[in-house]
Design a protein around this ligand. Structure first.
Ligand SMILES: Nc1nc2c(ncn2[C@@H]2O[C@H](COP(=O)(O)OP(=O)(O)OP(=O)(O)O)[C@@H](O)[C@H]2O)c(=O)[nH]1
Ligand SMILES: [Mg+2]
Length: 369
């Protein structure tokens, strides 16, 4: 702050000086008449003294973005808003982790922690639960009251859950046939699921369905599929090598749908999985469904994904849900792969124990079991 006194023969002149030196922002705090001291002063005309103050701002004024229609400015503001939102979400998530630590020592338990614990109880990974909560915060949903799995939580989860079955493809496709491979580890239910699908699409939807098995390592495997083919009354081809597979495809060229059964492969044996690739590379199938066992631990399922996804998997099938108690892993799988879920297998009965996946029931299964 600057304080200065100006003297002149008139107030106007003094003010002119103030204005010249301090500018228009100066404040006049006093105006008075002054006489020079002593005898000489007595005969001189009085002067006018003006005391002026200029406030110097202590902080630089914050430069606000100009309100303008400028696209860049708008984008910048949007970016800032996004940053603020994600910071808020992260702060909230950090606070849950603190609360988790506290509640494990027996004290505080906030609403966010309750939601997170509920989500973790479904068996999903902490990362998945955090992703849901982050999205809830992002959407500005009042989490204080969201202790139950309410509609908001479900609608946030719905953003991740995509479902798509074979019929969409078959019905939209003018060119026949649609070739669908089922792949996965040993004993997850590939052959049984193919029997369920073949029965469904041949008997209920009246489609022309053919089966090909390239799982010729065990006689029992071939016999298992042949038996189902006879019961459903559809043709089957057994391909012991690539040439036979090509022949089988040719024989079935007028079919609507061809299901290809493959041998179960351990996620640990990449060489075996490589053999599958040979069949897949002859002619790229329309769809490759990876069958995943609901009762497997998520660590094992992750290894299965890592081994099989590079084959060109297009869909996930979640099997043996009747043998599992919690289904949070399904959310992890969908989130990690970003692939659509096609079917859910829930028992050994052919064809009854197979459901088309749909987002609402998938979310219900994940949350409520
Ligand atoms: N509980 C239950 N059992 C199932 C389900 N799907 C298949 N199974 C059973 O699991 C066992 C293995 O099923 P398959 O269909 O032979 O499995 P796969 O994947 O073809 O096995 P491999 O060809 O040996 O790799 C059989 O006893 C089936 O009846 C299911 O959804 N629930
Ligand atoms: Mg099989």
């Amino acid at each position: 702050m600057q304080v200065k006194k100006y003297r002149a023969s008139s107030v106007k002149e003094a003010l002119d000086q103030v204005k010249k030196e301090l500018g228009n922002e100066a404040l006049i705090i006093e105006t008075r008449k002054v006489k020079s001291k002593g005898l000489k002063g007595f005969f001189k005309p009085a002067l006018m003294e003006v005391t002026a103050v200029l406030e110097t701002p202590s902080v630089q004024p914050f430069l606000l973005p100009r309100a303008s229609s400028d696209e860049n400015t708008k984008k910048e503001i949007e970016k800032l808003k996004e940053m603020v939102k994600s910071l808020q979400a992260q702060t909230a998530l950090n606070s849950i982790n603190v609360e988790e630590k506290r509640s494990s020592s027996g004290s505080l338990e906030g609403p966010l922690t309750k939601i997170k614990l509920k989500l973790l109880n479904t068996g999903m990974e902490s990362d998945s639960a955090d992703a849901i909560i982050r999205e809830l915060i992002y959407e500005g949903i009042d989490l204080e009251n969201a202790t139950e799995f309410n509609e908001e939580i479900k609608s946030v989860m719905k953003k991740y859950v995509k479902c798509s079955s074979i019929e969409a493809k078959v019905k939209s496709k003018t060119q026949k046939p649609t070739v669908v491979f089922l792949v996965g580890t040993t004993g997850v239910g590939k052959t049984t699921t193919i029997a369920k699908l073949a029965a469904r699409y041949h008997l209920e939807e009246n489609l022309k369905v053919g089966l090909i098995t390239v799982d010729t390592y065990r006689i029992a495997a071939v016999e298992q599929l042949r038996t189902y083919a006879e019961i459903i009354n559809i043709p089957i081809e057994v391909a012991y090598n690539k040439e036979e597979y090509v022949k089988a495809l040719r024989r079935f060229e007028n079919m609507d749908l061809i299901f290809v059964d493959t041998a179960g492969r351990s996620q640990k044996n990449l060489a075996q999985i490589g053999e599958l690739r040979e069949f897949l590379s002859i002619k790229k199938p329309e769809e490759v469904h990876l069958v995943l066992n609901a009762s497997c631990r998520i660590e094992d399922l992750k290894a299965v994904l890592a081994a099989f996804i590079p084959l060109g998997v297009t869909h996930l099938i979640y099997s043996k849900v009747d043998e599992s108690k919690s289904y949070g892993s399904l959310f992890d799988l969908i989130r990690m792969t970003n692939l659509p879920l096609s079917y859910i297998a829930s028992g050994q009965r052919v064809p009854e124990d197979l459901d088309l996946a749909d987002p609402d029931s998938v979310i219900e299964l994940i949350l409520e079991g």
